[in-house]
Design a protein around this ligand. Structure first.
Ligand code: 3UK
Length: 519
């Protein structure tokens, strides 16, 4: 595929961009000049949006945001399900010089109240499905709350807005959009990405590793709010003039297989938890995956056994790759001609990757160490968090927080996190947050949460609880604790097992020693 005018990559995969440009032009407007106006950019169960319609609606959305009083660099918090309006808001904002911030849509009022305040956003646009969390969040902020409207109300504003909008010029390294990422302690951090970052991930991983072209139909069970989903089903197809398939439902084996059979995607992107559930469903009913030329997995490690069972059942390989919100997409990944089950693959061209020991020296081949990466797609900084920025981003290098080693053939093998963070269904889960929630239950004195492997070898949270009343908890209390967590936290965070103990192992300074509880 020819690169858009004015954009080039050097032989060592460094991007060159015009000094003044707007990234909405190569991703959206370019396709009109290249004759794709009538081609489907987005397909959903309800509608098809052509590239011409997309470009016009992006302009209307940008104008509607400007009319709502947002100006250059103002933030738009968009809590939007996977639907075409996600594209209109995201690209309309960028084209108008406004910074879109799409958070995880599974969070609770408290999380949103924090993000509204932290981001200082001027407007919140939300799918009405999320009103039950967004409206209390805004109420909680009282007079400090910004304006808010539902996606439906915003679409009505778009209808009144002009269909023409000039792209606001920016430098390739100017702030463009943010993604919130959680840590083991403290609140989520807004990772600030630049204009060029989506160009880099789309070309280096999308085109050069996956081989995405305008013939591809991309369907991602991982949602657009996740950096993984954003690349999979928005930036990669838009970069090459392909088609994105979106579904607003919670992904289950039934919905995902139905989408694959109906829309016949050529690339399917999932997460290990979902692949496990899909494999279980394939035991009872065979499904037609013949359109799919490649499956991709990320978010957490894909067990080798799952790779083999999937290949046996479907005839396709799953390409596991590790990415992060800060790197924006996959930086070490398997590829079609070069994969090894049970590994994260090899560095994506253009990503410098190092495994370092505690002193910052490169480890010997085969030894474990901390994974650091450097590339042109990594976030510039965390909003309002200079210390976290300084810890994580050092001289242009990004500390991934993951432990890795390389096998003899150069494949990277995941060995766990260097912090206590868990990945559940590919989404961050902080043990501390779950512990705090458990301690909020009247029966609980103390709690520790660790990762525990389920039958599929996938990690889920397990709680080890000390009760106020001596004696062990029973099944009814376990159910009550699980229900308490589901109600208070994003539902995927509840502990799948609860164990009762008389006391927790602690350091001299009283810190829970979670590593002693892992099993
Ligand atoms: C872990 C993996 C083992 C790892 C992401 C693809 O997951 C993504 O971003 P997050 O910021 O989390 C990053 C962390 O998740 N991880 C991700 N993929 C793998 N561990 N094997 C894997 N294949 O701890 C990493 O540091 O939520 C994934 C593309 C974009 C993304 N943002």
């Amino acid at each position: 595929m020819a690169l858009p005018p004015g954009i080039a990559f050097s032989p060592d995969h460094k991007v060159s961009l015009p000094s003044r440009f707007n990234v909405a032009v190569p991703f959206i407007d370019r396709h009109l000049g290249e004759g794709r106006g009538a081609k489907a950019a987005i397909r959903t169960r309800q509608e098809t949006v052509t590239y011409a319609e997309l470009a016009e609606r992006v302009n209307r959305a940008g104008n509607a945001l400007l009319a709502a009083g947002l100006g250059p660099s103002d933030r738009l918090l968009m809590v939007v399900k996977d639907c075409p309006a996600f594209f209109y808001l995201f690209w309309g904002a960028i084209k108008a010089g406004i910074v879109p911030v799409p958070p995880n849509t599974l969070l609770r009022a408290d999380d949103y109240a924090y993000m509204v305040e932290d981001s200082g956003c001027r407007l919140v646009v939300y799918s009405s499905e999320f009103a039950g969390e967004i409206e209390p969040a805004l109420k909680q902020l009282g007079a400090k709350a910004p304006r808010a409207m539902t996606v439906d109300a915003f679409i009505a504003e778009m209808a009144k807005a002009s269909p023409a909008l000039d792209a606001r010029p920016a430098a390739p390294t100017d702030d463009c959009f943010w993604l919130y990422s959680s840590g083991s302690t403290g609140r989520p951090k807004g990772a600030v990405h630049a204009q060029r970052d989506m160009v880099v991930t789309s070309e280096l991983y999308g085109v050069r590793v996956l081989g995405v072209t305008d013939q591809d139909i991309c369907y991602s069970a991982a949602k657009l709010f996740f950096a993984y989903g954003q690349g999979n089903a928005m930036t990669f197809p838009l970069w090459v003039g392909g088609t994105a398939v979106l579904d607003d439902r919670r992904p289950t084996p039934d919905t995902t297989f139905e989408m694959i059979e109906t829309f016949k995607p050529t690339i399917y992107y999932g997460v290990p938890t979902l692949y496990a559930a899909q494999l279980a469903a394939l035991e009872n009913k065979s499904r037609d995956l013949s359109s799919v030329r490649a499956c991709v997995s990320a978010g957490e490690a894909l067990p080798a056994d799952m790779f083999r069972r999937w290949q046996e059942k479907t005839g396709t390989v799953i390409l596991d790759g590790i990415g992060s919100t800060e790197a924006l997409h996959i930086f070490v990944g398997n590829r079609l001609g070069d994969y090894r089950p049970g590994t994260s693959g090899k560095p994506v061209p253009g990503y410098e990757v190092r495994i370092l020991d505690e002193n910052g020296a490169a480890v010997a081949q085969g030894e474990s160490g901390r994974l650091w990466i450097r590339s042109e797609s990594t976030a510039k900084y965390y909003w309002n968090k200079p210390e976290k920025t300084a810890e994580t981003m050092v001289d242009g290098w990004l500390n991934t927080g993951d432990t890795y080693r390389q096998d003899d053939a150069g494949f990277f093998i995941y060995e766990g996190r260097s912090d206590d963070m868990l990945k559940v269904g590919g989404i961050w889960c902080s043990p501390v947050e779950i512990e705090n929630c458990l301690v909020g239950h009247p029966a609980v004195l103390e709690a520790a949460v660790v990762g525990h492997a389920d039958d599929e070898a996938l990690i889920k949270p397990k709680a080890i609880v000390v009760l106020k009343q001596l004696g062990s908890g029973d099944a009814a209390l376990t159910d009550a604790l699980m229900a308490h967590c589901k109600k208070t936290l994003a539902p995927y965070k509840y502990p799948r097992w609860v164990e009762y103990v008389p006391e927790l192992p602690k350091t001299a300074t009283g810190k829970i020693q979670r590593f002693k509880l892992r099993s």
